[in-house]
Write a protein that binds this ligand. Structure first.
Ligand code: FE2
Length: 319
């Protein structure tokens, strides 16, 4: 493994390359199915707890308290994020992570230049590996660091974003479900998600045997396709994982189709899912495009600004 510093002022070096594409079908599987690969960030100093405390304080100072999610991680797989008691004092929860029973998510890590450079490097490598110019296709990029106490659970949910999850420290089981399987994830759940119910995906025990389970150890990583439902269970040690999340133009457009479909279904229709009729898709996308912010300020704007602007007058119609 070689090391190179990408920022002359950086206090730490970044391995080159970071991602090792040991799956020969990396490009074909991207955003279609989950897959495992290896990376070179295990044990990197940017992920040591004192450095993460410094990072958490910086993102809160620059972006506000909501940039660090800190909650009790003693929940069950079928529960929702809203069931997880919030911990106001994230500094203590993080500094004592081995014992605090916490699940902490440091968001927008790119607010710190060292992590921003790291993300930029990873996106460049992913552009090569996926064959897609992600610097152009990505509409919103965000790096998260998940720090979780032993035995904690991240409940079942889906995300609009495409994701690469790199295990840095500790071990965890990542349960990933096929986003294309409608016996796992229904059209209605996806539509509800895209009109603002971020907890719309419902865990069904009878579907657990359909999960692909990845046992991540330091140096291993897994790709989550956009909208692939997932839940995670930490091992016996504190887990630290880097999550590269991004919205892509093509999936933002599909989200608009689901948003329109939600209201068509409320009108008693049986709407056509995205991908089945290019004409219908483009009409729905163009319609919501009229309302969408053309210069989004955040990820919520990217996905929801069109439907949110439309929802206000629709509330009076009582659909
Ligand atoms: Fe997630």
């Amino acid at each position: 493994m070689s090391y190179s510093s990408i920022d002359p002022n950086s206090k730490s070096t970044i391995p080159a390359p970071i991602i090792e594409p040991n799956d020969p079908n990396f490009q074909q599987k991207f955003n279609q199915e989950s897959f495992q690969f290896t990376h070179q960030l295990a044990g990197h100093p940017l992920f040591e707890i004192p450095r993460l405390v410094e990072l958490a304080n910086l993102v809160v100072a620059k972006g506000g308290r909501q940039k660090v999610h800190s909650s009790d991680g003693n929940v069950l797989v079928h529960q929702k994020w809203s069931d997880m008691p919030f911990k106001e004092r994230f500094e203590e929860a993080l500094a004592q992570i081995d014992e605090s029973g916490s699940l902490i998510v440091i968001k927008s890590i790119q607010l710190d230049p060292e992590y921003d450079a790291l993300l930029d490097r990873i996106v460049s490598e992913l552009t090569m590996l996926t064959g897609i110019n992600l610097h152009q296709e990505i509409t919103w990029l965000e790096g998260y660091i998940f720090v979780s106490s032993p035995q904690t659970i991240t409940p079942y949910h889906l995300d609009h974003e495409s994701n690469f999850l790199l295990q840095i420290q500790g071990e965890e089981d990542v349960n990933l479900f096929d986003q294309r399987d409608r016996s796992v994830l229904t059209e209605q759940e996806i539509e509800h998600y895209f009109v603002g119910d971020l907890q719309a995906a419902t865990y069904r025990q009878e579907n657990q045997n359909k999960a692909s389970v990845y046992h991540l150890v330091p140096g291993l990583a897994v790709h989550h396709p956009a909208r692939a439902p997932h839940w995670l269970k930490n091992g016996d040690r504190t887990s630290v994982a880097l999550s590269i999340n991004f919205c892509m133009r093509s999936y933002d457009l599909e989200a608009r189709v689901y948003q329109v479909n939600h209201y068509l279904r409320k009108l008693g229709l049986n709407p056509t899912p995205p991908g089945k009729s290019p004409l219908q898709d483009s009409l729905k996308q163009a319609f919501l495009g009229i309302f969408s912010k053309h210069k989004p300020d955040n990820k919520t704007d990217v996905v929801f600004s069109g439907i949110d602007r439309l929802k206000a007058p629709l509330k009076n119609i009582k659909l």
